[in-house]
Ligand binder design. Structure first.
Ligand code: IPD
Ligand code: CA
Ligand code: CA
Ligand code: CA
Length: 267
């Protein structure tokens, strides 16, 4: 993607993210409708839907040839990586949005011909915007993030994960995850995959492991991670597929081998 075009898209995306964040904050002061999707804990609110519609309207008006994939289904059906694609989670961490009124984010990854070019993750209540531009680095409120730590092992790592991984489950060997919890310095669960990616990019987590993420959960985050020298793969070690659900490990490269050989065993 040409630098000048990318910069213009980035500036617009940033402007819309701040505007959407402001709308979310003002919606929160009013009553809003909460529904469930696939199960009683899979929440969606009218604010999630309105925020996605806001982005669809902006993008389709300004960039009619761009495609858009959004969690709430107002975007396009996309099965090829041709052209420019915006991958949007209007609210990542809806459960936090509903119950905690904090710890949720807007996440936008912009891909061109299959390459992640621009990532934005906006922690709405903290007013912290994480951005990544391919080849130019990752930023937290416009301050460049340093490359990830160079001296690190599992024993000095903080691991982000859903605690459910340590319970009996059908996807991953929970005994090895329990060992990871014991061996690492500590574990954290924030309940927003996008923020967990941003925290790995920022170096406040050293890894985030989860067994099922959709493209809108990791599209932006994986761009940021790349820019600070980290890596994002499926839990099998294969590259992620940006158009499907994936298991995900995103981490500092220095602990990847130990994670895979000692602690991650898929069932
Ligand atoms: C969810 C959050 C959560 C993760 C789930 C996601 P949503 O996204 O990121 O932390 O564990 O897998 O689906 O539904 O709140 O946008
Ligand atoms: Ca959801
Ligand atoms: Ca999400
Ligand atoms: Ca969402």
């Amino acid at each position: 993607m040409q630098t000048a075009i990318r910069q213009q898209i980035f500036e617009n995306a940033k402007k819309w993210v701040y505007e959407a964040g402001e709308r979310i904050r003002s919606h929160m002061k009013k009553q809003f409708q909460i529904d469930t999707k696939s199960n009683p804990n899979d929440l969606v609110t009218e604010v999630d839907k309105a925020t996605e519609q806001f982005f669809v309207e902006k993008i389709k008006t300004t960039y009619p040839d761009h495609k858009l994939i959004g969690e709430e289904g107002y975007g396009d059906t996309v099965d090829k990586l041709d052209g420019t694609i915006w991958i949007i989670d209007p609210i990542d961490g809806t459960m936090n949005f509903v119950h905690q009124k904090r710890n949720f984010a807007i996440s936008i990854g912009i891909y061109h011909e299959g390459v992640g070019e621009i990532g934005l993750i906006y922690n709405v209540m903290e007013d912290v915007l994480y951005t990544g531009l391919k080849g130019e680095g990752a930023f937290r409120n416009q301050v460049k993030l340093p490359m990830l730590r160079e001296k690190i092992q599992i024993e000095t790592s903080i691991i982000g994960m859903n605690s459910i991984l340590a319970c009996e489950n059908r996807r991953i060997n929970e005994k090895k995850i329990q060992q990871l919890i014991k061996d690492s310095r500590g574990t954290r669960s924030y309940g927003s995959a996008a923020l967990e990616f941003a925290f790995v990019a920022e170096g406040v987590l050293d890894c985030y492991i989860t067994m099922k993420l959709a493209p809108w959960d990791f599209a932006a985050g994986s761009i940021l991670i790349e820019e600070v020298g980290g890596m994002t793969v499926q839990a099998t070690g294969e590259p992620v597929n940006i158009l499907t659900d994936n298991t995900i490990i995103t981490c500092n490269k220095l602990i990847y081998k130990d994670l895979m050989t000692k602690y991650v065993e898929l069932k």
